[in-house]
Design a protein around this ligand. Sequence first.
Ligand SMILES: CC(C)(O)[C@@H](O)C(=O)O
Ligand SMILES: [Mg+2]
Length: 563
Amino acid sequence: MADNRRSRAVTQGRARTPNRAMMRAVGFTDEDFEKPIVGVGNAHSTITPCNIGIGAQAERASDALRNAGAMPVSFGTITISDGISMGTEGMKYSLVSREVIADSIETVCNGQSLDGVLATGGCDKNMPGAMIGIARLNIPSIFVYGGTIKPGHYKGEDLTIVSAFEAVGQSAAGNLSDEDLKGVEMNACPGAGSCGGMFTANTMSSAFEAMGMSLMGSSTVSAVDDESREVAAQAADVLVDAIHHQRLPRDIMTRPAIENAVSVVMALGGSTNAVLHLLGIANACEVDFSIDDVERIRQRVPVLCDLKPSGRFVTSEFHDVGGTPQVMKMLLARGLLHGDCMTITGQTIEELLTSVPANAPANQTVIRDFDNPVYAEGHLAILRGNLALEGAVAKVSGIKKRRIEGPARVFDSEELAMEAILNDSIQAGDVVIIRYEGPKGGPGMREMLAPTSAIIGRGLGDAVGLITDGRFSGGTYGMVVGHVAPEAATGGNIGLVEEGDTVIIDADENRLEVAVSDERLAERRAVWKPRPPNYRRGVLGKFARLVSSASYGAVTDKDLFED
Ligand SMILES: CC(C)(O)[C@@H](O)C(=O)O
Ligand SMILES: [Mg+2]
């Protein structure tokens, strides 16, 4: 077989004597120069429980790569923790870190002409960052998820990190003692792993699995279980075979595969962030996929899983009853999944699912019967209207009312809104507007878990709407609408709303409106002035300059030279 290894660019011939000299210093021998050189994107970090177990996985993967005849070279990818940065200025770096991770994987693997990459990740942005980097590279690649955290326990209740966020609102409302607030803090996170509901990390790991770029059944493993390290070793073997057969990501992450990912995200009740990230991944794959495709898929896929934040169970319990493959089998059986999509294993989605026994225990209620869904349609609705001419993403799980009309309570930052919610100046019927938190305006499109959880904690989840040009966490639920585009900072109408305007959120009609005439909006626009950027240099300055609209995934390389 022709030796198609691109690493030959740095290892073969007289002119590469110095290159080989340096590689020998990191352990290469003559034989190793004849092997595929495979990057191990090691996202190990002690900065967050999501990534603290990844080093052991990277080790297992490297050993397995060697045993399978490849030569592993490990390099670091970053993470920050959404949960730890939440509610602070630092959360502005969260979405940016997706781009930094993608850039780092692309830079290292193309910089040293690697033949393939095994990327690892734990916290939210690690998955889409890896997907985007891998799509840009288009070399044989596979993803290994760090794994979910197990639930905490306190006074007979299962806890996740969202319990701690909601406890803040409960405490502010005088409904939780200081002792119990501390008890939730001490017990919410029992060890390694990514936030344990079907929040963003578990949503995006499942999306990776649905797209055929990680092993079937691997997206819901628990970080503390040896299964997470076993999966890393199996993934290494699959990758070496994929390199041998030159299975390329862009032949796997196709439009039907992205549709499969959206269908699975809907069926799981996953995070709004999946919409943003899958648009970003489509951009990186140069696949034509739009926010309206999300709405089209939503209307035909039910929510089948009773998973937190708005459901009862956590991801480790979902894994125990079969996890994502069980749901994929249900969707495939009803023509809601493209079974002919290729996966990194060389088998199609359908072939892989055929060998997965339908083993969800009959009496389990984590995964509903198809005819008894949690919701008959997907929970992530795409809204449009004069408040969101380019679209917005509504999460309509966990609420009784799908329409709310009320007076706008306008805040030009998350902090100002949080202060108002905690000092009880938001009443039932209000529609909170948080703006200038978009991709450019923040910059960084912060997740608004603190204010949405405080609203839930104050018992207003069904009575108060929240609209933002920022984002939500996967732990958010209630009548919430994010990713409003165009954002305030670029002149979007959300920047023209005034305190007391009547605002309508109507999930059934897919509408997001402010009841102000076009003429009145035009008068307001005539006197609206763009604000100076909050950051002019560094990571956030670069991001603010380059980032696209949220309705295109808030990417920083949307064809930068498109005229
Ligand atoms: C802190 C969380 C819940 O992990 C959030 O960042 C998310 O997006 O899910
Ligand atoms: Mg997050």
